[in-house]
Write a protein that binds this ligand. Structure first.
Ligand SMILES: NC(=O)c1ccc[n+]([C@@H]2O[C@H](COP(=O)([O-])OP(=O)(O)OC[C@H]3O[C@@H](n4cnc5c(N)ncnc54)[C@H](O)[C@@H]3O)[C@@H](O)[C@H]2O)c1
Length: 326
């Protein structure tokens, strides 16, 4: 049994990674500051699922706080770190860039330092397809991305290269995973698919930025979990895309949701944001080669699972606050 530290454990992706590892009998130490970027009720809901496992330990701490992190590393003999804690929205990073830098870059640096002090070699680090915004897709990992177009992407790049220097200097084994638009049950209410399902289900007007022809390489969370766990294997330092390799337009995604809910959307369009990518599309040949990974869940199936979760948790979802400013 391994002791795996997962940061951002109350978050969408990390909670699902933790669930999978716990059910496989691993021991998970979860860390999260439960910030209020989106409704905390969702974070507590996810945590409640993890807390049913005796092999789960949780600390509500901030990865920016090296002292508190240090206590966790002293208390547990940690084998691997999966760093998924982050400030994750593109638009909010333009309003509040400092917190992105302090969490995504400085927080990652704190974890790397803890690993150095405690002789831990392996980190899986979440990065993002947002680094490719402004580039032509599909994109391979080895092409340079040195002109990020949002503070969010800048801070993800900062974390990637900080981790590289620790690999070079101290032989850390780092798997950097660039995730592409991850969706699924109990996901993030700041993301379009979550809002679209909720708005269509509630009969509310759906707010769409741009003409809906933007493409996203929507990737189902279970596939992302699978790739993240595979990336725990020794790799040296590798940057790997985890995406679906099958982009859909927003209009196509809305049509699938309408079909699943049996209701038509009332669409109101607003101007597209400058920092939003026109299209994302992952070249996943490296993930196939290094991780023997490829996505298995189609957008139709993944959205269907997500809609089922919404229906089963309708009362809970209706109480969630959606902050349109993020
Ligand atoms: N969801 C996606 O489509 C997507 C795409 C690309 C990359 N990512 C990356 O994947 C990771 C997980 O994203 P997610 O979608 O699950 O987001 P999320 O916001 O649901 O999860 C992140 C969690 O980190 C926690 N956190 C934030 N700052 C913290 C801090 N300073 N200390 C401790 N905890 C902190 C938050 O409270 C949250 O629970 C992030 O690194 C994100 O940048 C996500």
């Amino acid at each position: 049994m391994n002791n795996i530290l997962i940061t951002g454990a109350a978050g969408f992706i990390a909670s699902k990674v933790a669930l999978r590892l716990l059910s496989e009998g691993e021991s998970v130490i979860g860390v999260d500051n439960i910030n209020d970027y989106y409704d905390k009720k969702l974070k507590h809901y996810r945590l409640s699922l993890l807390q049913q496992f005796p092999n789960f330990t949780f600390y509500r701490i901030d990865i920016e706080d090296k002292g508190l992190l240090s206590d966790v590393f002293l208390k547990h003999k940690i084998d691997n770190v999966i760093n998924l804690a982050a400030r994750a929205g593109v638009r909010y990073s333009i309003k509040n860039p400092h917190v992105y830098l302090t969490t995504n870059a400085h927080g990652t640096l704190n974890l790397l330092e803890m690993m150095r002090e405690h002789d831990i070699e392996k980190m899986v680090l979440a990065s993002s397809s947002s680094l490719y915004a402004g580039h032509k897709m599909p994109f391979t990992e080895d092409l340079p991305v040195n002109n990020p177009i949002s503070p969010y992407a800048v801070t993800k790049k900062a974390a990637e290269v900080l981790a590289y220097s620790y690999h070079y200097l101290f032989q850390f084994d780092i798997s950097v995973l660039r995730y592409f638009t991850v969706y699924g049950p109990a996901g993030r209410p700041d993301m379009s698919y979550f809002r679209f399902i909720k708005w269509i289900d509630d009969g509310e007007e759906l707010i769409l930025y741009g003409d809906g022809e933007q493409k996203r390489d929507f990737t189902y969370v279970d596939d992302i979990v699978d790739g993240t766990i595979r990336a725990l294997r020794p790799l040296g330092y590798e940057v790997i895309n985890l995406g679906n390799n099958h982009p859909y337009t927003m209009i196509e995604m809305i049509a699938i949701i309408e079909k699943g809910l049996g209701r038509a959307a009332r669409i109101k369009t607003l101007p597209v944001h400058r920092a939003d990518a026109e299209a994302t599309w992952a070249d996943i040949s490296k993930a196939k080669r290094l991780l023997d990974w490829e996505p298995k869940v189609s957008l139709e199936e993944g959205l269907d699972n997500t809609i089922q979760w919404f229906k089963q948790n309708r009362d809970f979802v209706r109480k969630l606050e959606i902050d349109l400013s993020v």
